[in-house]
Design a protein around this ligand. Structure first.
Ligand code: NAI
Length: 271
């Protein structure tokens, strides 16, 4: 049942590749809650993706291609979005991640640094790029809300999460540092949501993902949070009900992050 929490709000959603994408569920939920949205993804992802289907489901939302490593693309996206909405946006979702080393099966102790630069650029610095452009173009309205999706490997070691752990640590740091600056300038709030492992294209790229997701399920007293649960949480963070929350890394993981060990895992070990 919709609560109209985002009635009248306008936002940009990055990263909906297919109907498994967390961004896809968030876009649908934002629309259901009354928001108008613009969808964006990398030009290449749009060619293979199904984003136009999502656009139709979200009131014929405009779809604007932008590679997050390209300033001109991002400037064009912000400019066109402001023209479409007739002013600045109220929220932005950053749901973007990619690791070239993981794709090439390079382990953490055998990184190709050209790939690592690309990984950091796409998965972390892109948030800074978006925020810096928005800051100077005045593209986010007062009390606007920005969310980037992250993973707990930024704080704790998950060996097969590889260089993405470093990318997420940087993403969370940019969230704090820019959160401070943007709060002073325009009361814009910036947070990361640290989501449970979720079956998506990016998620399934992590080595041993099935074992990983089952372990997390057993270690989370509420079980793993789904993409739909994540969408609901993000709606609250885009809404006016969470105005004073900024610069935080917010765990959305069914209790995983604060569980030392669970009864189920102990029982498994005793077998
Ligand atoms: P996904 O594969 O559906 O989404 C990743 C998106 O990044 C895709 O839409 C892709 O086209 C986009 N992207 C890659 N390179 C880009 C570029 N250069 N420019 C613009 N967009 C680009 O997978 P998912 O899982 O929905 O990922 C979304 C976010 O959630 C990522 O930041 C991911 O790290 C994060 N996350 C995912 C978890 C999982 O288990 N699936 C757990 C915690 C966080």
């Amino acid at each position: 049942m919709p609560y109209n929490l985002l009635q009248g709000k306008k936002g940009i959603i990055f990263g909906a590749l297919n109907d498994q994408s967390i961004a896809w569920k968030i876009a649908e939920k934002c629309y259901e809650e009354g928001a108008q949205i613009v969808l964006t993804n990398a030009p290449i992802a749009m060619r293979m993706g199904e984003i136009n289907k999502l656009a139709e489901r979200c009131g014929n939302a405009p779809v604007i291609a932008a590679d997050v490593t390209n300033n001109e693309d991002l400037k064009n996206l912000l400019q066109k979005s402001m023209e479409h909405f007739g002013g600045p946006v109220d929220f932005i979702l950053h749901s973007v991640g990619m690791s070239m080393n993981m794709r090439k099966n390079n382990s953490y102790t055998d990184l190709n640094y050209d790939f690592t630069h690309k990984t950091l650029d796409i998965s972390a610095l892109s948030l800074h790029r978006i925020l810096q452009l928005a800051f100077h173009m005045d593209a986010i309205s007062e009390w606007g809300s920005v969310i980037a999706l992250t993973y707990i490997a930024a704080q704790r070691v998950f060996p097969d999460y590889n260089e993405m752990a470093d990318a997420k640590a940087l993403l969370e740091s940019i969230t704090r540092s820019f959160g401070y600056q943007y709060a002073l300038k325009k009361k814009v709030r910036i947070n990361t949501v640290s989501q449970s492992p979720t079956r998506t294209t990016a998620g399934s790229g992590v080595k041993g993902f099935e074992g990983f997701i089952r372990y997390a399920e057993k270690m989370s007293p509420l079980g793993n949070a789904s993409a739909e649960d994540c969408a609901n949480y993000c709606v609250t963070l885009f809404s006016d009900l969470t105005k004073m929350v900024t610069m935080q890394n917010l765990f959305h993981d069914g209790g995983f992050s604060f569980t030392g060990v669970s009864r189920e895992v102990i029982e498994q070990m005793e077998k």
